[in-house]
Design a protein around this ligand. Structure first.
Ligand code: PHB
Length: 401
């Protein structure tokens, strides 16, 4: 053997024991949230949740980095969000889209995700059929049916609501919540006596005439869906002002009417309100206690996460999973494949992305508003484990297509 042979063997050996270096990628994530306007608080919750996850876990991306490009969708109408998404795809060339407070904003943006082949990780928009609008949508938040449908059965069976009225904000998730509650309630043998559309999501309406109409109809229970936030505080206030409880009407709803961030504003009149939902900052699991502690140390002792904040946290965990699985080279198909069947230990409990529907599966809980010391708190009454979207399971309307 000549020296040249030894030399090339040496190069071969040293090359083969070198660690394989993966080029560092910067993954551009377009975040569309309500950063201003009446729902700025909802955008802030999600923004805080996703930023907190990013900060706590950044080292897990190895050499890869995330660049967040944020845009303000301002309002629920869909138009501003759609323009922002268009710009994020065509000019900023984002790899992933996320955020989406309000269903109409996700609905308007879905065709752009399909055309631009950009995966879209939904952190709020809860109308059940949204994932069917694009093969590139995955939802980490919730569907309206997951809370409203079991609440209907629970109201009849456990709360003694033989008759009920529904008040709902008049846009897609409100209509979904009405349909889901009605189905669950009537299946259990309850009678729905009225369904009252209560204005839109943009402005908080004066709920007085709507609640007065329900008071006159005298149902056992009033089920409400309004977007969490300022709408929710107003519901508790008008319910109290009109003396609805004294008139024998029990207030129930999806957890959107008792979000942790608004609970202390509701006053003692909210005591005893029963809602169905998938998260409260008051859950006593170690993972949630740790999450709330981290949140408070980052954003102040007076701050609290609510279900929107958790969706931001979980959504960023999903994005991390995609980046790690694809080693930073994002494609829409690759991202969606990576997320099908993904499981995660969230502060809300175990979550999973249903590989068939690309929608979230999580526990639902019966929540009761109680007093602990001088604050209002959520008492966890009962748990329904790992709820798949009932709208798709039952193949209702657009969910069956
Ligand atoms: C929605 O628009 O889908 C939406 C908004 C706020 C909520 C729930 C759903 O609390």
């Amino acid at each position: 053997m000549n020296s040249r042979y030894y030399w090339s063997l040496g190069v071969f050996v040293s090359l083969s024991i070198l660690p394989v270096t993966v080029p560092a990628e910067t993954v551009k994530v377009g975040v569309i949230l309500t950063y201003s306007g009446g729902a700025a608080h909802l955008g802030q919750q999600i923004d805080r949740g996703l930023n907190l996850y990013l900060k706590q876990h950044a080292s897990e991306l190895g050499e890869h980095k995330i660049e967040l490009i944020k845009r303000d969708s301002k309002r629920p109408g869909g138009d501003v969000a759609k323009t922002a998404v268009q710009e994020l795809i065509t000019r900023e060339d984002v790899d992933i889209l996320t955020g989406f407070v309000f269903s109409p904003n996700a609905i308007a943006s879905a065709p752009l995700a399909t055309q631009g082949k950009v995966p879209m990780v939904i952190m709020n928009a809860g109308t059940a059929w949204i994932p069917s609008l694009s093969p590139y949508i995955v939802r980490v938040s919730f569907t309206m049916w997951q809370a409203a449908y079991p609440m209907g059965g629970y109201a009849k069976r456990e709360l003694g609501c033989n008759t009920a009225a529904v008040g709902y904000t008049d846009y897609p998730p409100g209509k979904d919540s009405l349909a889901a509650f009605k189905k669950g309630f009537e299946t259990a043998g309850g009678e729905l006596v009225d369904a009252v559309p209560m204005g839109g999501p943009r402005e908080v309406p004066d709920f007085t005439p709507f609640f007065q109409r329900v008071k006159d109809a005298k149902p056992d229970c009033l089920y409400i869906f309004v977007p969490a936030g300022n709408h929710a505080t107003a519901v508790a206030k008008i319910f109290a002002d009109l003396g609805m409880a004294a008139a024998g009407i029990r207030l129930i709803g999806s957890g959107d009417i008792t979000p942790d961030t608004k609970l202390q504003d509701m006053g003692d009149d909210a005591l005893g309100v029963i809602t169905m939902h998938h998260y409260s900052a008051d859950y006593e699991t170690p993972i949630n206690q740790e999450f709330v502690k981290t949140w408070k140390s980052e954003y102040g002792q007076d701050s609290t996460p609510d279900f929107m904040g958790v969706a931001g946290w979980d959504g960023m965990a999903a994005i991390f999973h995609v980046i790690r699985t694809l080693d930073g080279k994002i494609s829409a198909e690759g991202a969606i494949d990576a997320l099908k069947g993904w499981t995660f230990d969230s502060p809300r409990g175990k979550i999973m992305i249903d590989p068939e529907t690309r929608d979230i599966i999580h526990d639902e809980h019966v929540h009761e508003v109680v007093k602990r010391g001088d604050r209002l708190a959520i008492n966890l009454v009962e748990t329904i484990p790992q709820v798949k979207d009932p709208c798709k399971v039952l193949k209702i309307g657009k969910c069956g297509q």
